[in-house]
Design a protein around this ligand. Structure first.
Ligand code: NAP
Length: 425
């Protein structure tokens, strides 16, 4: 008998036979969902020999929901996700004039899924634009609810924009050009700390070496700069036994008598590589970097980065940039996670021109399912899928998007790609 996943005493409880709701998705959604499910189910069956199973429960959002019940996002959809704690979805078309900014954004807001988590690592054999894609292995934690994405903005020329410009001018003495549009960038202690807490907790649970706070605090002191300050505060207040800040480690290195400044620099370089010569005592190093320099560092010194935590806009840009570095969004998984509720999803859109053609790459959704299995603690199944996927790519059995970047390779269909992965389990 299948059971619901529950949260008890602050912990997620996963039955061996778990019910997991899924949203098929629009456009290419049905193609990539059925291919991915074939791989997930076959893997769980093979690895746990019937001891564990996922019981899928279809729920509706997007075009399919609109056809069935006349609403793009029926009320019971987020309710069912919340009730079952873990769910997975394909991409959804944003209805034009449907009253939604985006169905994805609505789901995140309704369920307060405040962390967008995007692991980025290279799958062997995937064509990538850099010489050493294998050196990048990061997990981006992007704050999902605040920043300039909070949706608090007014059009140039509107009464509201004018009011705010006048208020800021007369009451606060700051001049804004009268023909400006206005957007508000709120970043709170609450929003920052719950995100950084999740990133550090992840680093501890997954034996990661460093957590980097990525911000633009040199320019935006009271929003991005505060993110950095509150991030360090949280790290030291709540995780003192598990973390050491980069500044503390540097002090240790500098205080170490008999070490010349040059070797101290060397030691610090090692530390940046995640192998601290100063004694981190096995603790996670918490450091911070300015956003623009992080973009060049992930390219030039990728091995020095690990878990990255940042406000919304930085995270939006950096997660796609990192994904591009290892070969693009086709194989980039993602999840939006709250305190416990987690919605795993393909990071690309509905690619409507390929709808029903059994053509596209299911890798992004497939690997989001791998993240989901890890979140459930079904690690053996997650590892098995990753290994089989890699083997399949190395055999050059790939969909059109990867095939067109490889010499002399003919593409396979979505469904055959999934079958090849299952054969390689
Ligand atoms: P898109 O659907 O991601 O497609 C853009 C291009 O990316 C495709 O034409 C294709 O490139 C490539 N691509 C996407 N998914 C692929 C896959 N699985 N395998 C291989 N290639 C893939 O972006 P869009 O055209 O901007 O958006 C279309 C719709 O999706 C919009 O309604 C948008 O709102 C929605 N959307 C939803 C989500 C979500 O649900 N999370 C996210 C983004 C967009 P080639 O043309 O080069 O083959």
């Amino acid at each position: 008998m299948a059971d619901k996943i529950t949260v008890k005493d602050g912990k997620i409880e996963i039955p061996d036979n778990s019910i997991i709701p899924f949203i098929e998705g629009d456009g290419i959604g049905p193609d990539i969902m059925s291919a991915s499910m074939h791989v997930w189910d076959s893997t769980v069956e093979k690895i746990y020999a019937g001891k564990r199973k996922i019981e899928w429960k279809e729920i509706y959002a997007g075009e399919k929901a609109n056809e069935k019940v006349g609403s793009f996002l029926p009320e019971e959809t987020p309710e069912t996700i919340e009730e079952h704690v873990i769910a997975i979805k394909g991409p959804l078309t944003t209805p034009v004039g449907g009253g939604f900014r985006s169905l994805n954004v609505s789901l995140r807001q309704i369920l307060d899924l405040y962390a967008c988590v995007r692991p980025v690592s290279w799958v062997k054999g995937v064509p990538a634009p850099v010489r050493h894609p294998e050196k990048l292995d990061v997990v981006v934690f992007r704050e999902n609810t605040e920043d300039v994405y909070a949706g608090i903005e007014w059009e140039q020329g509107s009464t509201e924009a004018k009011k705010i410009i006048d208020f800021i001018g007369t009451e606060l003495g700051k001049k804004i050009r009268p023909d400006s549009g206005i957007g508000i960038k709120p970043i709170s202690v609450t929003g920052t700390k719950r995100l950084v807490r999740k990133a550090i907790r992840y680093a501890i649970d997954n034996n990661r070496r460093t957590v980097t706070l990525v911000h633009k605090g040199n320019i935006m002191k009271f929003t991005e700069g505060a993110f950095k300050i509150w991030g360090y505060e949280l790290a030291v207040d709540e995780f003192r036994d598990f973390v050491i800040t980069e500044a503390e480690l540097w002090d240790q290195v500098m205080a170490d008598d008999g070490v010349t400044p040059t070797t101290k620099e060397g030691a610090f370089a090692d530390l940046r590589g995640g192998k601290p010569a100063g004694d981190s005592g096995g603790r996670i190093v918490v450091k911070d970097r300015i956003a623009d320099q992080t973009f060049q560092q992930v390219l030039l010194r990728p091995a020095e980065y690990d878990v990255l935590a940042m406000p919304n806009l930085n995270g939006d840009y950096l997660s796609d940039a990192c994904a591009a570095q290892v070969g693009g969004l086709g194989l980039a998984p993602g999840a939006n996670i709250g305190d416990f509720v987690a919605l795993f999803e393909a990071t690309h859109g509905t690619a409507p021109k390929y709808r029903g053609m059994d053509k596209v790459n299911p890798g992004s959704l497939l690997l989001s399912g791998v993240m989901m299995l890890e979140y459930m603690g079904w690690k053996e199944a997650a590892d098995a899928i990753r290994a089989a996927l890699e083997k399949t790519v190395l055999e050059k059995k790939v969909t059109y998007d990867l095939a067109r970047q490889m010499e002399g390779v003919s593409p396979v269909k979505t469904s055959n790609f999934a079958k090849a992965i299952v054969a390689n389990l």
